[in-house]
Design a protein around this ligand. Structure first.
Ligand SMILES: Nc1ncnc2c1ncn2[C@@H]1O[C@H](COP(=O)(O)OP(=O)(O)OP(=O)(O)O)[C@@H](O)[C@H]1O
Ligand SMILES: [Mg+2]
Length: 364
């Protein structure tokens, strides 16, 4: 296994911002070379530079989004959004297309100025203190973030050279399977290779906080698993991770905390398990002889339960499924001389909760 990355040594703070992008109102600058960052000193000016992750020891929120409002012309992209990110945790921001995730993250990265409200990152203002934050924050943008004409290897080496204590470039290249791409220009890399290179560029400076906007979009399963491993290692090292994703399994697997954003507003927050348990709306399925007396069974079950027989002999109990529901159901069956078959309780997934919160309609 290559050094550094595999050895869980992400935690030392000496990074610099690696992202860039273009777009309306966006500071279009090459990676690590924003007006504030380009002339940043090689050694981080922050007191903790080169030391352990400050995130875990401060006790303060690593990211504060407070009543943030962002608009593009008539489009209200972020609508009085507030949430905090605890240091040393992995936070997943979920939401349908156009919910305002990228706008929010880019504001935290200092690429956009809040139109109302306030954003703080590691206790600092992402725009005013951009130079100081650039040394401590890694950024993987949803799109771009690289010079399209530069060779992958050169770009990563350049990024590493901007940092006092970078990770091993060769180690990152090997870990992310970019070995054959070193001499290829960014624009000629495949979509998945571009994502992997962008991730490497976000991590190479050993940031203490990383923003990863859809880090696994378009990745093959192998690359997705490696990315999950890396994010797990970041977490172990005490690095704060804020990511966006459309993959509910990814959020369930990686995140300590989930924020669901819909139409620019916070729809729900909690741990993946906590959100899935909201309302304890689970389902019991079982098979038995057809045409059971569902009126009698429903009356026996705790209030709020419903039973249907979608196909003969196949039953679904919905509602507030608690241990008493299962006990009552099996007792009722026993009273009928019935042995229910294939009986199982289905826990709601994060995806079920997400669809309940945000609806099933496609977003424009
Ligand atoms: N540069 C821009 N100019 C005009 N409108 C924009 C711009 N960027 C974003 N928007 C609009 O703002 C809203 C929020 O967009 P944003 O990119 O933040 O959503 P998102 O949650 O990241 O979506 P996705 O999941 O598709 O990446 C959308 O309605 C989008 O069309
Ligand atoms: Mg986005």
């Amino acid at each position: 296994m290559p050094d550094a990355v595999g050895d869980h040594v992400f935690g030392t703070a000496s990074g610099t911002a690696s992202g860039t992008a273009s777009g309306d109102g966006f500071d279009a600058l090459p990676p690590g070379c924003s007006a504030d960052v380009a002339d940043a000193p090689m050694t981080s000016p922050v007191p903790n530079a080169g030391g352990g992750p400050v995130g875990r020891t401060t006790g303060d929120a690593a990211v504060v989004v407070d009543d943030l409002v962002m608009t593009y012309g008539d489009v209200l992209a972020v609508d009085r959004l507030s949430f905090e990110v605890a240091p040393g945790t992995v936070t997943a921001i979920l939401g349908p297309n156009g919910a305002g995730k990228t706008t929010t993250v880019e504001t935290c990265e200092g690429y956009r100025a809040p139109q109302a409200g306030r954003v703080r990152v590691l206790g600092l203002d992402p725009r005013r203190d951009r130079r100081r934050l650039g040394a401590r924050v890694g950024v993987m943008l949803q799109d771009g973030g690289a010079w399209t004409g530069a060779r992958a290897g050169e770009m990563l080496r350049h990024m590493a050279a901007l940092h006092a204590h970078p990770l091993s470039v060769d180690g990152l290249i090997e870990r992310l399977g970019l070995g054959s791409c070193g001499r290829t220009t960014y624009r000629r890399l495949s979509g998945g290779q571009q994502r992997r290179l962008s991730l490497a560029m976000a991590l190479v400076g050993r940031p203490e906080l990383v923003f990863l906007d859809e880090p696994t979009a378009g990745l093959d399963p192998q690359a997705r698993h490696v990315t999950w491993e890396l994010i797990g290692e970041l977490r172990t090292a005490g690095v704060t991770v804020v990511l966006t994703t459309h993959y509910m399994d990814e959020a369930e697997r990686l995140a300590d905390q989930v924020h669901v954003i819909d139409r620019g507003r916070l729809a729900a927050s909690g741990s993946p398990a906590g959100l899935a348990a909201r309302g304890a709306e689970n389902t019991i399925r079982f098979r038995a002889r057809p045409a059971l007396d569902l009126t009698a069974l429903t009356a026996a079950l705790p209030e709020g339960s419903a039973v249907v027989e979608p196909t003969p002999g196949s039953y679904v109990v919905t509602g507030k499924v608690v241990p008493e529901t299962l006990a009552t159901l099996t007792a009722w069956c026993a009273g009928q001389g019935l042995l229910p078959e294939s009986l199982h309780v289905e826990r709601r997934s994060l995806e079920d909760v997400f669809l309940e919160l945000t609806g099933r309609e496609l977003r424009p």
